[in-house]
Design a protein around this ligand. Structure first.
Ligand code: HEM
Ligand code: HEM
Length: 197
């Protein structure tokens, strides 16, 4: 039987999405809003909790293989692509609260003008982390859907609905796409100098 992520891993994956969406939607609109001490304290408490959860999650998930549920061997290049997307998501999810906390710290130290270099740079990094997280998550979700269409088993290892029944998709378009995808990975692998040579 194909491997599945633990109950705890699934719980963290799905509840964390609520926290992330909340964090994105409740965002501070303007630096001046931080004049409100209650808002500032709430933001700091939220960011610190968010940061601790992301770090704890990272250390818990590190022990599990990427594509844990895959029923067939995963191309090494594909494996590293997915690993890079996962690691980059973590990087953004750490940068977001970390730069948020830095903004709070700088603001209380008197850096209240967003045109100043230091706070401007931190605000820029905060924005970058937000935008980059949208791109990575969109890539991640698209890849998960594509994998579900192929029926590799990866989807079912984490997602509780629309579980895969058969071993592999028999759809001709999907089969053709998979073929192109594998050829692409082979080409990328050829570009990487092997240690054996
Ligand atoms: C409906 C949307 C989503 C679907 C269908 C989905 C699906 C999946 C699947 C199938 C895996 C397992 C991959 C593997 O075993 O290698 C996974 C892992 C992961 N997902 Fe998602 N995901 C979704 C949304 C998100 C969002 C919004 C985030 C970030 C906030 C996220 C972050 C992660 C991370 C970091 C992993 C790697 C394993 C871990 O450390 O938890 N996912 N996802
Ligand atoms: C996990 C915690 C946080 C998340 C998820 C988050 C998310 C966001 C997002 C998505 C934006 C909009 C970026 C853009 O323009 O694209 C934003 C802006 C902003 N955030 Fe955060 N943030 C967090 C913590 C904090 C904290 C702790 C502070 C400071 C107390 C803060 C201060 C700001 C400010 C001042 C802006 C507006 C920047 C501007 O003037 O354009 N954030 N945040």
């Amino acid at each position: 039987m194909a491997k599945s992520h633990t109950k705890l891993a699934k719980f963290i994956h799905w509840t964390f999405i609520i926290l992330y969406i909340y964090g994105i939607f409740k965002q501070v609109d303007d630096l001046e809003d931080l004049e409100d001490k209650r808002l500032l304290i709430f933001e700091v408490a939220f960011a610190a909790t968010f940061l601790l959860i992301v770090i704890a999650r990272y250390f818990y998930m590190r022990r599990f293989k990427t594509f844990l549920g895959s029923r067939e061997e995963v191309h090494i290049v594909h494996y590293y692509f997915a690993k890079t997307v996962h690691k980059s998501m973590y990087l953004c999810l750490i940068l977001l609260p970390l730069t948020g906390l830095l903004i709070a710290g700088l603001y209380t130290k008197g850096y209240t003008d967003e045109d100043e270099l230091v706070i401007g740079l931190v605000l820029g990094l905060h924005e970058f982390a937000a935008v980059f997280s949208y791109i990575l998550i969109a890539t991640h979700v698209s890849a998960a859907i594509y994998s579900r269409l192929k029926g590799e088993g990866v989807w079912s290892s984490m997602v509780p609905v629309l579980k895969e029944k058969e071993n592999h998709s028999t759809n001709k378009v999907i089969a053709k796409l998979s073929e192109i995808e594998e050829r692409f990975y082979d080409k990328v692998e050829d570009l990487i100098p092997s240690k054996k040579e």
